[in-house]
Design a protein around this ligand. Structure first.
Ligand code: ADP
Ligand code: MG
Length: 459
């Protein structure tokens, strides 16, 4: 009884954080089995649900628990058997939870109408509102906005290209999130091309190509494919994507792709696929100019709760001319530096942080640097971190490194997977959760993390 009452309170707190429609969509079928100081155990219908909740709402869930005065428990999941809910008699507290949508009149049960929007794989952090528009990206931004507002029927496909860290993934997700908000029956699939490739290989190996095709060709009406340059050189996947593309295109579905190269600069791409890529509209994103960098820094500092004085923002925007990810990495490092030192950020601190970075041969906080530092710390090789070796000597440092990359660089799980030799995103999620758990339970893990942070110059 107590468990359900507390869980309902958590859901009430969660609602303004994630919005009513996400609450309905993702928590409607979730049941709380146990809620103690140590563990929150949730029943979810399938692993997809579990991964989605962990990935997108883990932090919001923890914050909601904190806001009702709870300690942050470990969140555990029980995955349902063939989508069946647990029996009420086995789980005495569930009847209350099952009543949850009805007992909260403000949260209506999902309508399941034709116009219901569904999405898969979107990162909710990336929206138009927190994307800074400047001359370097205004054309790409305008094209994405037009597609999101469904004004641009002939911008299909939309091909966005630009260097690493310039905001392609951000814009791609912003389109998807906008369509989801509009609640117009959009069915949005956002996928890293790497995952498309892996799913296809899995489909072939386990004779599940029908399922794979059904997912990509039938279930969604908007396909957002991130980083299509990874298709270069992969002939069989190109072939499959070509048919997927044609199928979607001919039934009037929208396709947006991002790439770090222009179609013409991908010689390993088959001609007929290249001409498909070029058949709609191509927009590029250039490195941001000073004013844009300044606005991005200010916005990110606000988002991260970092108190960044204006003159320091100007100083950094002047010095850091490369990718936006570099700006963000430096800002996070500066924020960490300031909070560990207990000092407010000033120009001197910023210049110390920058020169520390400079001493490392211009290697800002990157996944390579994190891997190198972790490998040195555990006296193994970077190649061991990227390998498939499973014994603890390698698995634990690998999980720790994945955790740090996520914490410091905020890369997505598939992105982290590819930094670590092409691991699948579920492996990364597992690693991340494992280290979060270890940190809570083991002094040893906390010490390792503190030492590695010091070596990275952020602790
Ligand atoms: P890409 O996919 O091109 O490598 P991302 O979209 O992942 O780059 O962007 C890297 C980081 O920089 C993200 O955190 C993103 O939010 C941020 N970013 C890039 N461009 C902008 C922008 N114009 N305004 C705000 N944030 C930006
Ligand atoms: Mg990207």
């Amino acid at each position: 009884m107590q468990t359900q009452a507390t869980w309902q309170e958590v859901l009430t707190q969660l609602k303004p954080r994630i919005g009513e429609s996400f609450l309905e969509k993702w928590f409607q079928s979730v049941r709380c089995i146990e809620f103690s100081e140590g563990d929150l155990v949730l029943w979810v219908p399938d692993t997809f649900h579990r991964d989605w909740i962990q990935d997108h709402f883990g932090k919001d869930l923890r914050d909601s628990i904190k806001s009702i005065g709870g300690n942050t428990p470990r969140i555990k999941f029980v995955v349902g058997d063939n989508g069946r809910m647990p029996e009420a008699d086995q789980r005495p507290d569930l009847s209350q939870a099952r009543d949850w949508p009805r007992s909260k009149p403000s949260i209506k049960p999902p309508t399941r109408s034709q116009s219901e929007s569904v999405s898969c794989g979107l990162n909710q952090r990336y929206i138009f509102d927190n994307f800074v528009v400047g001359p370097s990206n205004e054309f790409a931004h305008a094209a994405c906005k037009a597609v999101a507002e469904q004004e641009a029927r002939n911008y299909n496909p939309l091909f966005i290209y630009g260097g690493v860290g310039l905001g392609k993934t951000h814009l791609l997700n912003a389109v998807g999130n906008h369509l989801m908000q509009a609640n117009n029956g959009a069915r949005v699939l956002c996928i890293q091309t790497e995952n498309f490739v892996n799913e296809m290989i899995h489909g072939i190996r386990y004779e599940k190509m029908n399922e794979f095709r059904n997912k990509y060709r039938k279930q969604y009406n908007i396909l957002l494919m991130d980083d299509v340059h990874v298709l270069a050189g992969k002939e069989q996947t190109q072939e499959e994507f070509f048919y997927t593309f044609n199928d979607l295109y001919s039934s009037g579905k929208k396709i947006i792709m991002t790439s770090d190269r222009f179609p013409k600069d991908m010689p390993e791409l088959k001609e007929r696929l290249r001409s498909r890529f070029e058949s709609g509209i191509i927009v590029d994103i250039q490195p941001p100019e000073f004013e844009t960098r300044l606005a991005i820094l200010t916005g990110k500092a606000e988002e991260q709760g970092i108190d960044l004085p204006h003159e320091v923002a100007m100083f950094l925007a002047e010095k850091l001319t490369g990718s936006t990810r570099t700006l963000e990495g430096t800002l996070i490092r500066l924020g960490a530096f300031s909070s560990f030192a207990g000092q407010t950020i000033d120009i001197r601190m910023a210049s110390d942080v920058l020169s520390a970075i400079h001493d490392e041969g211009d290697s800002l906080l990157t996944s390579d640097l994190i891997m190198k530092t972790v490998a040195e710390y555990f006296k193994i090789k970077v190649s061991d971190l990227k390998s498939k070796k499973r014994n603890r000597k390698y698995a634990y440092p690998r999980q720790l490194a994945m955790y740090l990359v996520r914490e410091f660089l905020g890369l997505s799980y598939p992105e982290i997977g590819s930094c670590f030799g092409g691991k699948n995103h579920a492996t990364v999620i597992h690693a991340y959760k494992k280290i979060v758990g270890c940190q809570e339970q083991s002094q040893e893990t906390r010490l390792h993390i503190a030492s590695i942070k010091r070596s990275l110059g952020v602790g």
